[in-house]
Design a protein. Structure first.
Length: 147
């Protein structure tokens, strides 16, 4: 019995390694990673520039990150900040995400990928990865965005 257990354990390990070795080698191209950038931004929510963030689903664009940052208000205490660099072909000059006029999704006009503004997940298009999300924290009227 001990021999059988060891044999099954080795077989399972070999199968697991085989599956891991097969990952990513199916011939499909892998999306390159978005370049990294240091993000350390502070927004005074009482400033006129931040007025759109007074309402839920309000948003503003900020400098920083790789191609800019989009900040979206979920509630008075919850804000989301996403990298505007689209994860699909991020080195293309036009790979920049913006809020759609409807305000219901983020879109890259270059590849037409769409993203959910409440979590950054892909909803359609060729992109496979979600938008890079930055950490946000609120302290009084100050919104901190960091990575």
């Amino acid at each position: 019995m001990h021999y059988l257990f060891r044999r099954r354990g080795l077989l399972g390990a070999a199968l697991g390694l085989g599956l891991l070795a097969g990952c990513g080698s199916s011939g499909t191209s892998v999306e390159p990673a978005i370049p990294s950038a240091v993000v350390n931004d502070l927004i005074n929510l009482s400033n006129q520039d931040a007025a759109p963030l007074l309402l839920n689903r309000g948003f503003i664009y900020r400098p920083g990150g790789v191609r800019g940052i989009i900040v979206v208000r979920q509630s008075a205490q919850q804000y989301l900040a996403f990298e505007r660099n689209c994860p699909y072909q991020p080195y293309d000059a036009c790979a920049r995400v913006s809020m759609d006029r409807s305000g219901f999704f983020l879109v890259d006009s270059c590849c037409t990928s769409r993203f959910d503004p409440s979590n950054g997940l892909v909803t359609s298009g060729p992109a496979r990865r979600p938008l890079r999300q930055y950490t946000t924290s609120v302290n009084g009227n100050l919104l901190y965005i960091t990575n």
